[in-house]
Design a protein around this ligand. Structure first.
Ligand SMILES: [Zn+2]
Length: 196
């Protein structure tokens, strides 16, 4: 999940796929009809500015940057409409330990089976999630934002060595171990003082 994102890797992987489908290079439609794209075996590739994602914005320090998207629509062997691809981006989140910004590289696989209703969500192939599609066209940015929100860590934190507070904790636990003042000890001392 934290693997560095490289434009080229994603592109090469898809170019090397046996299905040499028509690319729409770096142009993404606002709305899509996922089932029709699947019937036609279309590939969407391009990027969306992070500022498009309102729900994601709550978790971001800055919405500068883009999400790079490759989505390959098609049918699997059982005739199910599917979407496979990647969403890759670098997000600036706030570390919940030291409250400083932290960069997080995401390269998220997209594996979706398109279903008409939630009743069809059963018997999905391993590793695939259901995406319910209706009659109306879907906002592409919403689909991408859902994937990004699912890929966010529950509690974003620097690695201990890169975190200001993380270093503090390590020093405290080591050198100060003998003269530790746990909240309970402090509380007990306060009580003692008061009853005197
Ligand atoms: Zn931190």
């Amino acid at each position: 999940m934290t693997a560095m994102y490289k434009d080229r890797t994603v592109f090469d992987r898809f170019r090397a796929s046996p299905y040499n489908r028509a690319f729409m290079p770096d142009r993404l439609p606002e709305f899509i009809e996922p089932l029709r794209l699947a019937e036609r075996g279309r590939v969407l590739q391009g990027r969306l500015p992070l500022s498009r994602f309102r729900r994601l914005a709550e978790s971001l320090v800055t919405a500068d940057g883009h999400a790079q998207v490759v989505l390959e629509f098609g049918m699997d062997e059982q005739g199910r409409p599917t979407v496979e691809g990647d969403v890759a981006t670098e997000l600036m989140l706030r570390c919940q330990r030291c409250l400083e910004p932290m960069a997080l590289s995401l390269d998220l696989p997209v594996r979706l089976v398109l279903v008409r209703s939630e009743a069809q969500e059963q018997n999905l192939p391993t590793g695939f999630e259901a995406m319910v599609v209706g009659e109306k066209p879907s906002l592409l940015a919403d689909i991408i934002e859902d994937e990004l929100l699912l890929g966010l860590p529950l509690v974003p934190m620097h690695a201990p060595k890169e975190c200001r507070r993380g270093r503090h904790y390590e020093v405290d636990a080591g050198e100060g171990a003998d003269e530790s003042h746990s909240p309970f000890e402090v509380l007990a001392k306060l009580k003692q003082d008061r009853t005197r």
